[in-house]
Write a protein that binds this ligand. Structure first.
Ligand SMILES: Cc1cc2nc3c(=O)[nH]c(=O)nc-3n(C[C@H](O)[C@H](O)[C@H](O)COP(=O)(O)O)c2cc1C
Length: 373
């Protein structure tokens, strides 16, 4: 593979010389990043990936500060090699009672069918953005990598993260976002292709028609920025890794494939759906949180989406749509149904094979190392 790709015009090292010492600067043995997956994993998955030589990630978006501290304690004591802690950095939306009532009205048919009641009172946010309080929790642990989704935090907070030497990473879903992230302090850009499972990291636009598949996005981002670019979205096996590396990636970030590992906390209904014939049918939806995210199509997505889509103009702003959906999810799951469960998954879900996280990391890593020389 090495000589074949080295001979190709536009080879990654030629396009992006900073790829050459990307791993050395971080002390990483394999250019494989386990994607942070809020709600589906904790330190156990991250530790298994670090042990195998990849970059394990701890998602913080759904953790209380106490839970975050406990997980960081485990990770920082036990991780072999570098590790990553990940935050969302959205702006919490103002309360909008009219929109929230309209959303409750939209959910009522589903609630009636499940014989459950909808919540009353103001909407509650189920996901917190990076904050000064979170910064104070992570500071003593000095995470080697701090990654963000939905842009970057305020410059003063970012400067403090960088002060202990952490690398700052963030997801770009367009070339404009990649340029913005670099200009505003990101050391590494994660090019998140449209195939990716979970939330789109989009932050300069809410227009989903701007979102581009990885094969087109990645080479454009590699040309647009100076530093290393990590490829994310639809990579589930060695062939996907080869493709991403040939297009100029310094490494790969993989999410959905790790959902099937025993170390992930993937809920049984989610695991079963991923292993079923439904795994090949994903769509972007905002009905679970208010932001577009990719998941396996289910009843809530189909029934609440506008027209033929799984996106609803009525959903409250992120993350408030989830507040009203929570009791429906609980009721459906109690009946063994995934109708109201976010089944986050990327387009390559049918390619994912259940195996221990260490083995998956080593397989993906072996493919990536063929390109790093
Ligand atoms: C279940 C799930 C949860 C996710 N949660 C997060 C998260 O908390 N933070 C984040 O930066 N990205 C999150 N992502 C997106 C990943 O970072 C990454 O872009 C995606 O998994 C790559 O595509 P793939 O799933 O096809 O491998 C999530 C993805 C999945 C599948």
């Amino acid at each position: 593979m090495v000589s074949k790709h080295s001979a190709m015009p536009g080879h990654n090292e030629a396009m992006n010389p900073l790829n050459a010492n990307f791993m050395q600067r971080l002390g990483l043995r394999l250019p494989v990043v386990q994607a942070p997956m809020a709600g589906s994993q904790g330190s156990a998955l991250a530790l298994a990936v670090c042990e195998a030589g990849g970059l394990g990630s701890l998602p913080a978006a759904t953790l209380t500060l106490d839970a975050l501290r406990q997980e960081l304690d485990v990770l920082s004591r036990q991780a072999r090699g570098p590790w990553n802690v990940n935050f969302f950095c959205h702006s919490p939306p103002p309360s909008d009672p009219v929109r929230e009532q309209a959303w409750l009205d939209a959910l009522r048919p589903l609630a009636d069918r499940l014989a459950t009641t909808l919540p009353t009172g103001p909407a509650v946010a189920g996901r917190a953005p990076f904050s000064r309080e979170a910064l104070e929790v992570i500071r003593p642990f000095r995470p080697p990598v701090v990654s963000f989704h939905f842009g970057l935090p305020a410059p003063a907070l970012l400067a403090e993260v960088k002060a202990w030497g952490a690398q700052v990473w963030s997801s770009a879903t367009t070339v404009d976002e990649a340029r913005w992230l670099q200009q505003n302090g990101a050391d590494v850009i994660i090019a998140q292709g449209l195939e990716a499972g979970g939330h789109r990291g989009m932050f300069l636009t809410g227009d989903v028609t701007t979102q581009t598949a990885l094969m087109a996005l990645l080479p454009q981002v590699v040309r647009a920025v100076q530093g290393p670019v990590i490829a994310a979205g639809g990579i589930a096996d060695a062939a996907g890794v080869h493709a991403a590396m040939a297009l100029g990636a310094a490494g790969v970030q993989v999410g959905t494939a790790y959902l099937l590992t025993p170390e992930a906390q993937t809920q049984p209904l989610h695991r079963a759906a991923l292993a079923s014939g439904r795994a090949g049918h994903t769509a972007l939806t905002n009905v679970f949180t208010g932001r577009p995210a990719r998941g396996l199509v289910n009843r809530a997505m189909r029934e609440l989406g506008d027209g033929a889509t799984c996106l609803s103009a009525r959903a409250p702003a992120f993350p408030l749509a989830g507040w009203a959906m929570a009791p429906l999810r609980t009721a459906a799951e109690a009946a063994g149904l995934d109708d109201c469960t976010p089944l986050w998954a990327g387009m390559a879900a049918p390619l994912c094979v259940p195996m221990p996280a260490g083995e998956l990391t080593r397989r993906l890593g072996a493919a990536a190392l063929a390109h790093t020389g």
